[in-house]
Design a protein around this ligand. Structure first.
Ligand code: TXA
Ligand code: MG
Length: 320
């Protein structure tokens, strides 16, 4: 694996990354949410290499990253609602599930054989520059091995994927820190498949009605297979809504009154700011993963705004 050299300007690095993507290689790049493991979405072999590098089950489809709504419209059936949502949230952390166009150039592996596509236009300047430069739709799941904690720094990618990726574009820490909100708008009633970087209430304000929750367990795994229970798994056991902490545990605190007595304490946000907490979440979990502790105790976090995505990820990280 190659980390773009420090003396290389980001423009040169983006050119190199685009050339690698065009030749079917894997490039990890920063987005505003987490680092993505990118490949040319129209190239079956390149897309297969993503699944292999992540050891990702082939039934779990990938998000396709595009530069703008026009690029989305070329591969999926765009709609009036898609347009309203894109005007408000693109570029940014909202992924839209749309019907695939029958003549779509996107590899069938991307959609795991299904007839829909997940699309988003990222706002991170390096991701946006890369998409403009490469002029291809880029399939990119989070750049971690399947089931592990998502990466929010180039270092996380390097530790987890090593030589399985041809180049990592280093853009520093991802500002949002949790993955995009995934919204299925293929049916009359939009469905929130994954809470993420755009809060539920913000989406509801645009669509003008409350969002339906995904259909119960078994069904939701079919609609968005990424909602498998155990995910974001740290090495140490994680317990949620802790009201006390043991001396051999690490404390993942939230707010101005952290519990005392832990071996190690980190605070997602000492002011109780959910945006700050989201930005810190994965990188604090990565750090705690490297400590010699018996487990991690996480203090309660309100499930409002970005807190819904944080609670969702913690719940999955705590699942056996
Ligand atoms: O913020 C993000 O979304 C990051 C960055 C890199 O863009 N990407 C990301 O990808 O989180 P990934 O693969 O880790 O998660 C994609 C989620 C999965 O839960 C997957 O099942 C779901 O989106 N998904 C992808 N295509 C879908 C489709 N056609 N229908 C329903 N769900 C889909
Ligand atoms: Mg992921």
């Amino acid at each position: 694996m190659d980390i773009a050299a420090p003396e290389e300007t980001s423009r040169q690095a983006v050119h190199r990354a685009a050339a690698l993507l065009r030749s079917g290689k894997l490039v990890a790049f920063p987005t505003e949410t987490v680092y993505g493991l990118g490949a040319d979405a129209t190239d079956d072999r390149a897309v297969a290499a993503i699944f292999e590098a992540k050891a990702r089950p082939s039934f779990n489809p990938l998000i396709v990253h595009v530069a703008d709504p026009d690029a989305a419209d070329a591969i999926a059936e765009w709609s009036e609602l898609a347009d309203r949502l894109a005007v408000r949230f693109w570029p940014g952390p909202l992924t839209l599930i749309l019907r695939r166009r029958p003549e779509s150039s996107i590899s069938k592996l991307v959609s795991a054989g299904g007839d829909t596509l997940a699309l988003r236009a990222p706002s991170h300047p390096l991701a946006a520059a890369l998409l403009h430069q490469v002029e291809l739709p880029i399939a990119a799941p989070s750049a971690n091995r399947s089931g592990r904690i998502s990466p929010t720094t180039a270092d996380h990618v390097r530790h987890d994927l090593g030589d399985r990726v041809d180049l990592v574009l280093d853009g520093g820490a991802c500002p949002v820190g949790v993955e995009s909100t995934v919204l299925d708008i293929t049916a009359d009633q939009p469905v929130l498949l994954r809470p993420g970087g755009v809060a539920r209430a913000e989406v509801e304000a645009v669509i003008g009605r409350p969002l339906a929750a995904p259909p119960a367990a078994a069904g939701s795994e079919l609609r968005s297979p990424g909602r498998l229970e155990s995910h974001y798994a740290p090495r140490h056991p994680l317990r949620l809504n802790a009201r006390d902490v043991r001396a051999d545990e690490a404390l993942l605190a939230f707010g101005p009154g952290p519990l005392s007595g832990a071996r190690v304490t980190v605070n997602l946000s000492s002011t109780g700011d959910l945006t700050e907490a989201a930005a810190n979440l994965f990188s604090m979990l990565h750090d705690l993963d490297r400590q010699e502790i018996a487990g991690i105790a996480a203090m309660p976090i309100p499930a409002t705004g970005l807190g819904e995505a944080i609670c969702d990820r913690l719940m999955r990280a705590a699942a056996p």
